[in-house]
Design a protein around this ligand. Structure first.
Ligand code: AMP
Length: 427
């Protein structure tokens, strides 16, 4: 199948050609015809599958087919995303695909001044990409008019729920017209996602590419067993020995990200950290420096890294395993994107055995294990409770003594109990 076969306007085909895309990705092939029939969709697709073009192209096509409106320009499409980074990236992609159309896109998120956003909205915007919190500020200040919205897209809906945005999403939907098309994208199908779609989607078509909850097949995964106190040494060893030039490293806490970043610098490896305590400007700069190769390592927490789209990112390292199994799938999805090969390595100490068991259960496979001769774990070290940062440590105490392979699986509960009191951007 080619993009021509999908019946898209030549203004869109031109933009696609300029992006260098030859053929639609599986999600695009499945979603575009269904969206063009004006159906709601519930799509199971991770970042990296080409889902942004999957919803943007048919949306632009339908906007082009619609009769030109009379009077003031109103917002016609609203895309909600969990994080600022993802909002920026989605808006940037929409801008590229809409380049030859008359439609204007704007992005709205917190952590930056609200006035420039108000000025942009006043000028007339067709497509708004927003994070829920700041959008609600605009709604309550009446600086945005959403009464003309025809399309609502919930991008990475599972992550928005994880971040405690469910009520914000409901409040936003309450001010949208009932007659609209809703497209929900989620990497995982939890009960909460099913509930959300049952309340807001009209007989949605289910669209799935690859197995839900399956980790990417083109990402080579490995577990390196190592003592907690030697993780940093092992990471430096792997980066230097392998001559890795661009590595995204995940830590569980903001404090851990800062500390590791400093330690790597001491080891002579340029690095920067991104997490919720960094200003938007600092995050944008860190990401830009990493993309162009000015910094070799970007250390990130889960939420800060969500939606980061770096072409051909070769290495992802889990310095610490996530306590929520689904986050593992999201993390390793940063590499091996759009058909490129990638490698995801996890440094696992005895405290994390239960997290590992939960992850392997979720992805239904055993991840290959590596014990490096010089980094063999000391068998006399016993598992200790994991400090999750903040005051959540006590909830995550490993049970059952933490011996290897005991199959404990607290963290594959599919959404229950995670970050529930979380609010916005805690990680
Ligand atoms: P997404 O899942 O939307 O974040 O897209 C992941 C990456 O795939 C982005 O870098 C896109 O530019 C790229 N991409 C999207 N559609 C295609 C396509 N049909 N062919 C090649 N690359 C694509």
């Amino acid at each position: 199948m080619t993009f021509n076969d999908l019946g898209l306007n030549k203004l869109l085909l031109k933009a696609i050609q300029e992006q260098g895309y030859d053929t639609p990705t599986p999600i695009q092939e499945k979603a575009i015809p269904v969206i063009l029939q004006r159906k709601d969709i519930l799509a199971g697709a991770q970042t990296g599958t080409g889902k942004t073009a999957g919803f943007t192209l048919p949306m632009l096509e339908l906007l082009l087919r619609a009769k030109p409106e009379k009077g003031n320009r109103k917002v016609k499409a609203l895309v909600l995303t969990p994080t600022r980074e993802l909002a920026s990236q989605v808006a940037e992609s929409i801008g590229l695909y809409a380049k030859h159309t008359p439609f204007k896109t704007s992005v709205i998120f917190g952590g930056v001044k609200i006035n420039p956003q108000i000025v942009a909205l006043r000028k007339g915007i067709d497509i708004v990409v927003a994070t829920p919190g700041r959008l609600l500020d605009h709604i309550s200040q009446r600086t945005i008019d959403l009464s003309g919205v025809d399309f609502l897209i919930l991008d990475e809906a599972d992550r928005m729920l994880d971040m405690g945005f469910v009520n914000d999403i409901k409040k936003v939907i309450a001010v949208l017209p009932k007659e609209r098309q809703t497209l929900l994208f989620s990497a995982t199908y939890s009960d909460a996602i099913k509930k959300l779609s049952a309340s807001f989607l009209k007989s949605p078509s289910l669209i799935e590419v690859a197995r839900t909850n399956a980790s990417s097949e083109i990402v080579k995964q490995a577990i390196y067993h190592v003592d907690k106190t030697r993780k940093r040494e092992l990471l430096t060893h792997l980066i230097k020995e392998g001559d890795w030039q661009q590595v995204l490293v995940f830590t569980r806490t903001k404090h851990g990200a800062n500390r590791l970043c400093g330690q790597l610098e001491t080891d002579g490896i340029t690095s920067a950290a991104i997490h919720g305590n960094k200003s938007q400007n600092a995050r944008t700069k860190a990401l830009a420096d990493f993309k162009v190769g000015k910094t070799r390592v970007l250390v990130a927490t889960d939420i800060a890294a969500r939606g980061i789209d770096i072409d051909q990112l070769p290495h992802v390292v889990n310095y610490e395993l996530p306590n929520v199994s689904e986050d593992y799938v999201h993390r390793i999805g940063r590499t091996g994107r759009a058909g490129n090969k990638g490698e995801a390595i996890s440094l696992v100490c005895v405290d994390e055995d239960e997290f590992l068991a939960g992850i392997e259960k979720l992805i239904s496979k055993d991840i290959p294990k590596v014990w490096l001769k010089d980094f063999k774990p000391d068998p006399s070290i016993k598992a200790e409770p994991i400090n999750m940062g903040g005051n959540r440590g006590a909830r995550n105490k490993p049970r059952g003594g933490g011996s290897r392979g005991n199959g404990g699986n607290r963290n594959s509960s599919g959404g229950g109990g995670r970050n529930s009191g979380g609010g916005r951007g805690r990680r």
